[in-house]
Design a protein around this ligand. Structure first.
Ligand code: ATP
Ligand code: MG
Length: 476
């Protein structure tokens, strides 16, 4: 049996005789009907035909009673499929009002008006009810077959309508489920696209830094040799200078014993070359050269560090916070006048690293943070740390400084990229830090908003085994 089959019929009519007629037509006594059929078959040789399934007919004699029946049937989950409603039912509601109220209770109900005449024109009736697709009219006196056909056809229509509605519901549910799946898939795709883009950017950046690193290594190697002998020569020249000055002093003493013409011409020559000035200036020049050479030597050393030559450091298992604290102590003089230092350290396991190098990274980040805070406006530098899944630790250095414009961000890890005035920044801090993080199989990320501040985030593997693989992956 179809789950939507509904053979329930409600008759609302004030005339008891009509109810009796309907009962005979729609819900005859089964036993009597089949006995009659059998007698007819015996007398006239008719074949016994399979009767249509009977209806369940309920009676109401006034509109109000009809409504109560409909409401009760709904509450029981056994709604009526069809209602036959008389047009005139004094003293209560007329047919039109009854149908209006029945439909408010159950809009699915198929309705047949039964009438010999109408109190209002049919046009008005239809206008009042505002719907025509669930309403038929049966004029009295009616034929039995009209009643039974209307009941059959409208029951089937009720059933078909419910089936269609259920199918639409199912379809809508399926569409909603599919839409939800697609939305989810789309969101996942967006995340993947964003991750890929980030990876691509990182790859491009690490490739370009790797080639800059090779270049830097070559330059460092080439410069290193001449710098070494210039440095050595400078030292030798300082020694020679001392010896020459000593000799000059001896000559000066001897000058007093020379005959006057020779002594006069020598004094004139001394005046001409400005020997006194040379004597004062030469040591200063050699001293400045030495300082300049030492700076060049430091830059070459930094370039070597960036490109992984001569790192010369031991791997150790250490507690990161200790190194950070000693670095912060070193920097107190530089940071305190400009910013408050806030520590939000989490619980970290001991990690495998080259501690001096990691301290160097922290130092660079904190110095940059302090530099980013405009003079005269006290800022905050926050150091935060934590552990991801036990395999990685992270450290963030966050400042409330000037921020880095997005178009500049891709360049800040390049060696010699600096926005600081000449003499104040060499543009090596971040490139060195980048190299150090690469060597540790970690990473360094930046997030910055102009006018609001910058956060650098370091991520480091806890164990070196993962490091080796990661480093290998980053530098095939
Ligand atoms: N926290 C920060 N806030 C704003 N800008 C920053 C920050 N950190 C780095 N930068 C920008 O990145 C550039 C490169 O930084 P990096 O540390 O490599 O070099 P530097 O600080 O200029 O010089 P060095 O570190 O060699 O003394 C800086 O000049 C600055 O423009
Ligand atoms: Mg710096």
């Amino acid at each position: 049996m179809n789950s939507f089959e509904n053979r329930r019929i409600l008759l609302v009519d004030d005339m008891p005789t009509i109810h009796a007629d309907f009962r005979k037509i729609l819900a005859p006594e089964l036993g009597a009907a089949s006995a009659l059929d059998a007698a007819k078959a015996a007398l006239f040789g008719d074949e016994i035909t399979a009767a249509a399934p009977p209806f369940e007919l309920d009676s109401a004699y006034q509109g109000q009673e009809g409504l109560a029946r409909v409401v009760e049937a709904l509450a029981q989950g056994r709604p009526y499929g069809v209602a036959f409603v008389d047009m005139r039912m004094p003293p209560g509601w007329d047919g039109v009002e009854t149908v209006e109220r029945l439909w408010r209770a159950d809009p699915r109900l198929q309705v047949v008006f039964c009438t010999a005449y109408s109190d209002a024109s049919w046009e008005e009736v239809l206008q009042r009810l505002e719907t025509r697709d669930r309403l038929l009219i049966l004029k009295k006196p009616f034929d039995n077959i009209e009643v039974s056909q209307l009941a059959n056809t409208l029951s089937v229509k009720w059933q078909a309508t419910q089936q269609a509605a259920a199918q639409i519901d199912q379809l809508e549910e399926a569409v909603a489920a599919r839409t939800a799946q697609l939305t989810q898939a789309n969101a996942a795709l967006q995340v993947e696209i964003a991750e890929r883009k980030q990876l691509e950017t990182q790859l491009v950046q690490s490739q370009s830094l790797a080639s800059i690193g090779q270049l830097a290594a070559g330059v460092a190697h080439e410069i290193n040799n001449p710098i070494s002998y210039i440095f050595a020569n400078n030292g030798t020249m300082e020694t020679y200078q001392g010896q020459l000055f000593e000799l000059l002093r001896a000559y000066r003493v001897a000058e007093a014993q020379l005959p006057p013409p020779t002594a006069t011409s020598l004094a004139a020559l001394r005046e001409q070359v400005g020997l006194d000035y040379l004597h004062d200036d030469m040591p200063t020049l050699l001293q400045e050269s030495r300082e300049g050479l030492m700076r060049v030597r430091q830059i070459v050393q930094d370039l070597k560090d960036f490109s992984r030559i001569d790192t010369g450091q031991e791997w150790q298992r250490v507690q990161l916070h200790q190194g950070i604290e000693s670095t912060l102590n070193l920097l107190a003089g530089k940071v305190q006048p400009k910013a408050d230092l806030v520590r939000e350290f989490g619980q970290l396991p001991e990690i495998d690293c080259m501690p001096l190098q990691i301290n160097q990274v922290v130092l660079n980040l904190v110095l940059n943070a302090a530099d980013a805070i405009p003079t005269g406006r006290r800022g905050t530098i926050t150091l935060k740390s934590g552990c991801d899944c036990g395999t990685h630790v992270w450290l963030e250095v966050k400042d409330t400084g000037c921020g880095i414009p997005s178009e500049v961000q891709p360049r800040i890890f390049e060696p010699f990229y600096t926005t600081k005035p000449v003499g104040q920044g060499r543009g090596l801090g971040l490139s060195l830090s980048y190299g150090i993080m690469q060597r540790h199989g970690g990473r360094i990320d930046v997030h910055s908003l102009v006018g609001q501040g910058t956060t650098f985030r370091l991520t480091l593997p806890v164990r070196r085994a993962e490091t080796a693989q990661a480093t290998h992956a980053a530098h095939p």
